[in-house]
Design a protein around this ligand. Sequence first.
Ligand code: NDP
Length: 431
Amino acid sequence: ATRNPHQPEFLQAVREIAEDVIPYIEKNAPEFIDRKLLERMVEPERTISFRVVWQDDQNNIQVNRGYRVQMNSSLGPYKGGLRFSPTVNLSILKFLAFEQTFKNSLTGLPLGSGKGGADFDPKGKSDNEIMRFCQSFMTELYRHIGSETDVPAGDIGVGEREIGYLFGQYKRLQNNFTGVLTGKGPTWAGSFIRPEATGFGLLYFVERMLYEVEDSLKGKTVAVSGAGNVAYYAALKATSLGAKVVTISNSTGTIYDENGFTAEKLDYVNSLKRNLQEYTKRYASEFHAGKKPWQFPCDIALPCATQNELDEEDAKQLIGNGCFCIAEGANMPCTEEAVKEILKANLLFAPGKAANAGGVAVSGLEMSQNRIGQQWPAEKVDSKLKKIMHDIHDTCSHYGKNKNGRINYLKGANIGGFVKVATAMRAQGLV
Ligand code: NDP
């Protein structure tokens, strides 16, 4: 903590891992302690911070700060998303990069970890402004990344459009068409199922968790938060698997539709471009301004918006209303206190580093396709995604099964993710 002052999110992510990993290595793998592997893992291999200057539509000069945290390269090239949001700072990016180390390890693919972005707010910006910002951002970032060095993807505020502008600028600077970013469009070397991957993967994981306790998604009431990439595809897949999704939200409030969102309704939400209250004009529903989805009764809660969006009070309310399963689509959406409540009440709990790994897994598959110059059909990618999510479930079960037969997915993900990275770091010497 003294080494990383003013980084509460990063310290929170480290504590969450250390509480499971330290007792495990003390008991089972003392060589990891002697080699200070956890101490090494919390220190990024490299942190880059840079100036991004661009001109807005009124010709004003704007200055933002860009970052790339290259966290760990013991399993493969640095890999992790770029986030554009005014809330971006080093604490947020280091927490995300640290989580990414464990998540990428769990996928079983050869992926190191990283995260980056800028304190740029894309909301309300014109398409040309977004393009100019992306071009300026890449004009500095390009010298630090490469298809075998560091392969960024999207995250909050960075979707296919932004990846397109970033990729175009990289290609122009390097005169080289290479798989340096993932999340590309399907006609320009992207992978099918990448947009769907995080949300679909989340539901494959939940399906597998429920199967373990001889249950299924059929007829379950599900609360989803967020209205972005992860939330949309999570809600769509949950619906197609027979569940009823009753909430969708954003930072302005929550839509509650007790009849459930159909695919058509979800498309309509997408077309509203953040004006969620409009939904109530077309469909019987309620819009709760400034409210989160956790007050509404549900069996399963899927927080898919942002970090620390579900706190202790929310957890108590969910539990009180009969919720029995919480799976994190976003990264660290549950606060530390909320996680304690959830585990105390013996709910099924899937941490983001396991449950939302589908996005980076398909990014890994996009890298494989780029290397061999091929594009696999959607069905093939989807079935690989499903297999990876089921394998992650089994790793969590291997390291997290308690004596009573119940699986502590948080513990399993933390230890399972750690062991592979620690083993590789140990083999590679003092790096
Ligand atoms: P998007 O930018 O597509 O969507 C984010 C959504 O969350 C928006 O609806 C946004 O609403 C909402 N949101 C953001 N902040 C808040 C807040 N404080 N309160 C309520 N709602 C909020 O991002 P993604 O869907 O890609 O990412 C969502 C989460 O999933 C993030 O934690 C991300 O790190 C994680 N994730 C994403 C992956 C991916 O493949 N995209 C992979 C793995 C994890 P508004 O528009 O009002 O801000």
